[in-house]
Ligand binder design. Structure first.
Ligand SMILES: Cc1ncc(COP(=O)(O)O)c(C=O)c1O
Length: 384
């Protein structure tokens, strides 16, 4: 485990135009109006897990459970599909029939499922590139929405490059959840879709119980930036203390915080937390993360399975939660900090703290989930 208080943090700074170009409350209103109209929309569950809070020495632990989001089992359903709707609304697509339009992306699974689902919903074509480690089950899920899936030999970052090259050659539109030089607008729509989840969580709590701390998992950083940006613009310096948690082998955000500028991951990218296996940060996300995040940390894979089992079990009066491998990372970070006196102090974590974590995926690969937890995810859901 590594931990770093962000040296670039400026809590008094007001949310300015640079940050607003990434996510903003005005764009949030548009995303909300669009997504709330989709069939099957309802806010995901927010659980207060009292037994876990007691064990970790804090007042509350709230878990936002994304396992049922639009039947796609992850928060990503809010982002990629929203970006597809925006792309089709935009000038380049307006004059053409959606059927002659093609969206593409690279994915570890969840973002691709969202883009493919959006493409099917809005009637355009879709090609999805998956790196070698993605399971066959995840590939089938994406293909079930009518997308063409191209499996590659390399890792996620190579899939991102290939998607961009093929799009350029064929006149397709890349709908990526990560941004790079000259490619910012679409990833900003993806991130704007995520902000609906943040707003839901706060509106599910009385103001007196709003979280004092958030532990949020990081892949390329789009999710963490959406959470931080939305709360920064809404509450300024009164926002919760936010810690980004990454797998130690895919620590691009942590390494960027150490360097003070975007940097690559220092590890192998091999992690059970597949959704977080990213070697490069989103340059757009960094605009918010660098000045806005309180701390960055990395955790190893060994606590993933115990936390998945523990959430499935629903200890004491706690509700069971179906949480996938990349869903429990925030809790792993919270656990590590809560057990270390010095880190508790640095993050001002105490017995009156209220923590929000996002269980960002459920059983996105049901077979892997069963192998780890020892139970079908459906049996856990029916126990609710
Ligand atoms: C389940 C899950 N959680 C968290 C993340 C991290 O999101 P980001 O890459 O925007 O940091 C991902 C990314 O794919 C994911 O699939």
């Amino acid at each position: 485990m590594t931990f770093l208080i962000n040296q670039n943090l400026d809590r008094e700074r007001t949310y300015g135009d640079t940050e607003r170009s990434v996510v903003s409350l005005s764009e949030y209103e548009r995303a909300k109006a669009e997504i709330e109209c989709w069939d099957g929309y309802c806010p995901s569950q927010l659980y207060s897990l009292a037994t876990i809070a007691e064990e970790l020495g804090v007042q509350k632990v709230f878990v936002k459970d994304e396992s049922t989001r639009f039947g796609l089992a992850s928060f990503k359903a809010l982002g990629g599909s929203y970006a597809v709707s925006k792309v089709l609304e935009r000038g380049s697509a307006r004059d053409v029939d959606a059927k002659s339009f093609t969206v593409v992306c690279a994915t570890d699974g969840n973002h691709g499922r969202s883009v493919a689902w959006g493409a099917q919903k809005f009637g355009c074509n879709c090609v999805i590139y998956v790196p070698a480690h993605v399971t066959e089950r995840r590939v089938q899920e994406i293909a079930s929405f009518g997308a063409k899936v191209v499996r590659l030999e390399g890792n996620y970052d190579e899939a991102v490059e290939r998607a961009a090259d093929d799009a350029e050659a064929n006149g397709w539109e890349v709908v990526s959840d990560t941004s790079y030089e000259g490619y910012q607008e679409i990833p900003s729509w993806v991130m704007q879709g995520y902000t609906l989840m943040v707003e839901e969580a706060f509106s599910q709590l009385p103001e007196s119980e709003w979280p004092t701390h958030i532990f949020i998992q990081g892949g390329v950083g789009g999710l963490a930036a959406a959470v931080c940006g939305h709360l920064w613009e809404s509450y300024g310096s009164d926002r919760a203390i936010i810690t980004v948690v990454e797998p130690v082998e895919a620590d691009c955000l942590y390494q960027s915080a150490v360097a003070g500028v975007p940097a690559s991951a220092s590890g192998t990218l091999e992690t059970i937390m597949g959704g977080l296996s990213c070697g490069e940060i989103s340059s757009l996300a960094w605009k918010i993360l660098s000045p806005g995040i309180d701390a960055f940390m990395t955790v190893s894979d060994d606590r993933v399975a115990p936390w998945m089992r523990r959430l499935a079990e629903g200890r004491g009066d706690d509700s069971p939660v179906v949480a996938g491998e990349s869903g429990v990372t925030g809790l792993i970070g919270l656990e590590a900090v809560s057990q270390d006196g010095e880190l508790r102090e640095q993050l001002q974590l105490c017995d009156t703290s209220r923590i929000l974590v996002f269980s960002t995926e459920g059983a996105t690969d049901p077979e892997t989930y069963k192998d780890i937890v020892g139970q079908d995810f459906e049996s856990i859901a029916t126990a609710l």
